[in-house]
Write a protein that binds this ligand. Structure first.
Ligand code: SAH
Length: 241
């Protein structure tokens, strides 16, 4: 059996009971070292296989190997395992190898949802997720999605917004969306959600602070109706008050 578990954004409190139970059930835990650290309390005494960033395929193959040897394996992702996480990869590999081992995907609270709750209620209307990482997606595709999502007036959650290797992507993304996003549109920046360094900032689109954003940040850009009140970002659902 392979469980692919979303452990939430960081804090123990935001893990689901189902995720905790699946971790308890598992004999072998596979994951990126930072995430293993976040769940230490739940996995004492278990065999742990951890490795670094960008080694997702190796991690996945290790999990399959152990599962084939009859072990109950947990593959962990931060947030939700099916949102830029390990669930798709495990299932793709299982399909490719026509694997006979059951895979159970255990959902988790993704970073945007946890971040949105800190900001107030920015995701009350239609929204989308766009990752600015072009490691696995051509940049032209990302640009097109940014432009069309902005034109369609989605609230937009940006994942992988800015890393050392591609620090200019976020600014470029804002330039592209500025054709459709008003300068006063509220933007929420949520960093290290659920972790000790957690931070939130709400500012206007035209005042975007690119430098404050890093790889453990989600940027949430409002739609045409989004407004702020007392440090809260609110996207109306449309009710008459
Ligand atoms: N599976 C994860 C997403 C992995 S992609 C999830 O569902 O949350 C990695 C990106 O997620 C990061 O670059 C960042 O944009 C976002 N992210 C993950 N954890 C975060 C956290 N604790 N606080 C803010 N953003 C986070």
């Amino acid at each position: 059996m392979i469980y692919v578990i979303g452990i939430g954004p960081g804090a123990k409190e935001t893990m689901t009971l189902e995720a905790v139970r699946a971790l308890e059930e598992a004999e072998v835990i596979v994951g990126y070292k930072t995430y293993i650290h976040l769940i230490e309390d739940f996995i004492t005494g278990k065999e742990v296989l951890k490795n670094g960033m960008r080694q997702e395929v190796d991690r996945c193959k290790m999990a399959v190997e152990y599962a084939r040897a009859g072990k109950k394996v947990a593959v962990v992702s931060s947030g939700d395992s099916g949102i830029y996480g390990m669930a798709g990869l495990v299932l793709e590999l299982a399909a490719k190898e026509e694997m006979d081992i059951p895979v159970k995907v255990v959902p988790g609270i993704t970073a945007s949802i946890a971040g949105a709750s800190l900001l107030g209620a920015p995701l009350m209307h239609d929204f989308c997720h766009i990752s600015l990482s072009d490691l696995l997606t051509p940049w032209e595709v990302i640009e097109k999605r940014l432009k069309l999502a902005a034109e369609a007036d989605f609230v937009i959650c940006l994942y992988n917004p800015r890393s050392k290797g591609r620090s200019g992507h976020l600014e470029k993304a804002f330039q592209i969306m500025s054709e459709f996003k008003e300068p006063d549109t509220p933007v929420g920046i949520v960093k290290d959600v659920g972790r000790p360094e957690e931070k939130k900032v709400i500012l206007k689109y035209k005042d975007m602070d690119y430098e404050s954003v890093d790889m453990t940040t989600v940027v949430i850009i409002g739609n045409k109706s989004t407004f702020t009140h007392k440090e809260m970002m609110i996207t109306p659902r449309g009710y008459l008050l």
